[in-house]
Ligand binder design. Structure first.
Ligand code: 6GU
Length: 247
């Protein structure tokens, strides 16, 4: 998979993308992540990328020309590289669709992901209408720009690429994979400052452990994120547990 990030601040990404799971996926060749400073596509001597909003008001608006030309250069470069059959050009903006695990899975199936980092004041509407194929937000709060949001999307997507996770990091029981929050995890010591690990986890009874974890997942999801329960695919047994817990 190839990922291009179109940004005014390419230096922000190096540390995040060179470590841990993303760094390893890149060095294994599972993903090729690049940044493009769209200031390089500005037209004037001052390399201007923004301008005053038509109609007045505070803040500046990102001009269309540098963004269009940067993305078009990336698309032209990847033409005939195998990349390009399945591509999305994503504008990161608080007005976008709320990013979640389902969208991460959709994006992980692409050959090419282009992420455009907007500034919070605004992006010329023609970028939304005629350049981006999708708009994403990572939550209902305001960030200064799309850069941190792009890092979030890249992390969630890259860890889903086949071969990205080691066996120790298997994703099957992570929160959201089954539509529920993760169960409580413990490691040694069995008692710390008088706080003990639930005895079932020390019992060695795998069936009991699995049952306890499913129940804890359901409980935690009911308590903290009851709206997720409505969408989660529950087994007969799980639906029964939810009924007993008196949803
Ligand atoms: Cl994608 N961008 C900005 N600027 N703020 C956000 C966001 C994105 N998602 C949540 N807040």
């Amino acid at each position: 998979m190839r990922i291009d990030i179109v940004t005014l601040f390419p230096e922000m990404f190096a540390a995040v993308f060179s470590h841990s799971i993303i760094g390893r996926a890149a060095s294994r060749g599972l993903v090729d992540i690049r940044t493009c400073n769209f200031r390089n596509y500005a037209h004037d001597r001052h390399r201007t990328v923004d301008d005053y909003p038509y109609g007045g008001g505070a803040g500046m608006v990102l001009k269309p020309e540098p963004l269009f030309e940067a993305v078009e250069a990336i698309v032209a470069e990847t033409h005939g590289q195998g990349a390009g059959q399945r591509r999305e050009v994503v504008l990161l903006t608080p007005q976008g669709r709320l990013f979640n695990q389902d969208i991460a899975r959709e994006l992980a199936a692409l050959d090419h992901l282009v992420l455009i980092c907007g500034r919070y004041e605004g992006v010329d509407e023609r970028v939304r209408q005629h350049l981006a194929s999708m708009e994403l937000s990572i939550g209902d709060y305001v960030l200064s720009g799309g850069e941190v949001a792009a890092m979030v999307v890249v992390d969630a997507v890259v860890r889903l690429l086949p071969g990205s996770l080691g066996s120790e990091e298997a994703a099957w029981d992570d929160s959201f994979v089954n539509g529920l929050l993760q169960f409580p995890q413990y490691t040694r010591p069995p008692e710390y400052r008088g706080w003990v690990v639930p005895s079932v986890l020390l019992s060695g009874n795998h069936e009991e452990v699995a049952r306890w974890r499913r129940r804890q997942s359901l409980l935690r999801t009911m308590e903290r994120r009851s709206e997720l329960l409505a969408k989660a695919p529950l087994s007969e047994e799980e639906a029964g547990v939810v009924r007993d817990l008196g949803r």
